[in-house]
Write a protein that binds this ligand. Structure first.
Ligand SMILES: Nc1ncnc2c1ncn2[C@@H]1O[C@H](COP(=O)(O)OP(=O)(O)OP(=O)(O)O)[C@@H](O)[C@H]1O
Ligand code: SF4
Ligand SMILES: [Mg+2]
Length: 333
């Protein structure tokens, strides 16, 4: 999980703008700037963790990499190949290279298919393995890789627990031998006791197969454990990124500091200080869409350091001592 691998993913100046639906005929459709000027790289066989509040654009980045939304601007290189312009059969090849697992495996597993078919289907589509005993054997081996018994091949998704379903989703992703897996909150719907097991499984898979991960999460402790590099999103911008150790030990952006202040810590005095800090940040709530229409830094209404320049200009990414970049006019203040 080193942060120093050569990049496998190279996202450059990514922009995704949606158009809101008009609720009334005389209203004008507003652009929703879901992702703005986002650039980052992910080292091969390494994990880039993405955190940030709801609506900040994390899943939209994932969906752009997966080719589920078309970027308005920017480039996405995966394994040296531009993915935004892939066509026809090239897309099928790309689906073999990059797989995804999501928060709710129940929604992504066909409810009328048994586990053997769910995994087997991908073995056929991407690896040309015909239905039969060889395919069943391969599906069983994939279940073993995610520490599940072959007996489960004949079960339907509704007959499995949440944790088992997520393991099936992982086994299905592994069926195509992907180089990268995009994990969009894969443990958020699971019991706390199961979350750790799924994370350990993902880490074991990475160690054995060198898979690259983009890992989106709300649980900051989990993201810290699994990620070599972490990125923090706010209002569509990547406001801070860097080696996980540096970002967690020395957060530089005021929003990152606020976010990390919400992690429970055992020391009572420190915890009290963190709660007070969080309150200071929470004094002005703004909806994401209102923020989108503002000029300047999207964090200006919640930030204790705001100055006139913050209302006019979005700060450019600036290198941080200790690694990474931050977008704040007064970072480190
Ligand atoms: N298809 C769409 N059409 C219009 N707006 C969209 C669409 N998809 C996402 N958005 C908007 O883009 C913004 C970013 O959404 P996104 O799902 O990327 O956020 P997120 O960071 O993944 O949030 P969460 O943590 O809740 O999953 C939000 O304001 C959302 O409402
Ligand atoms: S640019 Fe200004 S408003 Fe934005 S985070 Fe930095 S100090 Fe706060
Ligand atoms: Mg999301």
């Amino acid at each position: 999980m080193s942060a120093h691998q050569p990049p496998f993913v190279h996202v450059q100046n990514l922009q995704v703008t949606f158009t809101s639906r008009r609720r009334l005929p005389w209203q004008t459709a507003q652009p929703i700037h879901a992702v703005r000027e986002v650039s980052f790289t992910i080292g091969g066989g390494s994990t880039f963790g993405l955190v940030g509040e709801t609506g900040s654009g994390k899943s939209t980045i994932a969906r752009a990499i997966l080719r589920l939304v078309q970027p308005t601007r920017g480039t996405i290189l995966v394994g040296g190949r531009e993915v935004t312009t892939l066509q026809g059969r090239e897309v099928l090849g790309y689906r073999r290279q990059v797989q995804a697992i999501f928060q709710n495996p129940y929604a992504s597993l066909n409810p009328s298919h048994m586990v053997g078919e769910i995994i087997g289907e991908l073995l056929t589509r991407h690896r040309g393995v015909r239905p039969g005993s060889t395919r069943d054997k391969l599906a069983g081996e994939l279940l073993a890789q995610v520490s599940m018994s072959q007996d489960l091949l004949d079960r339907f998704p509704y007959e499995l627990s949440g944790g088992q379903r997520q393991r099936v989703a992982i086994a299905r992703a592994l069926a195509v031998e992907p180089q990268m897996i995009i994990c969009d909150e894969p443990t958020s719907a699971l019991d706390v006791s199961i979350q750790g097991q799924v994370i350990n499984l993902l880490m074991d898979i990475q160690e054995q197969k060198g898979v690259t991960y983009l890992f989106i999460g709300h649980n900051l402790s989990i993201v810290r454990n699994i990620s070599a590099v972490v990125g923090v999103m706010y209002g569509g911008y990547l406001v801070e990124s860097g080696p996980t150790q540096r970002v967690y030990a020395e957060p530089t952006h005021p929003y990152t500091r606020m976010l990390l202040a919400s992690i429970p810590v055992p020391d009572v005095a420190r915890q009290r200080e963190r709660v007070a800090q969080r309150r200071r940040f929470e004094h002005a709530e703004e909806t994401t869409h209102a923020l989108h229409r503002l000029g300047g830094c999207p964090f200006q209404h919640r930030c204790p350091l705001t100055q006139a320049i913050c209302r006019q200009t979005m700060p450019a990414p600036t290198p941080v001592a200790g690694g990474g970049e931050v977008r704040c006019h007064f970072h480190g203040s």
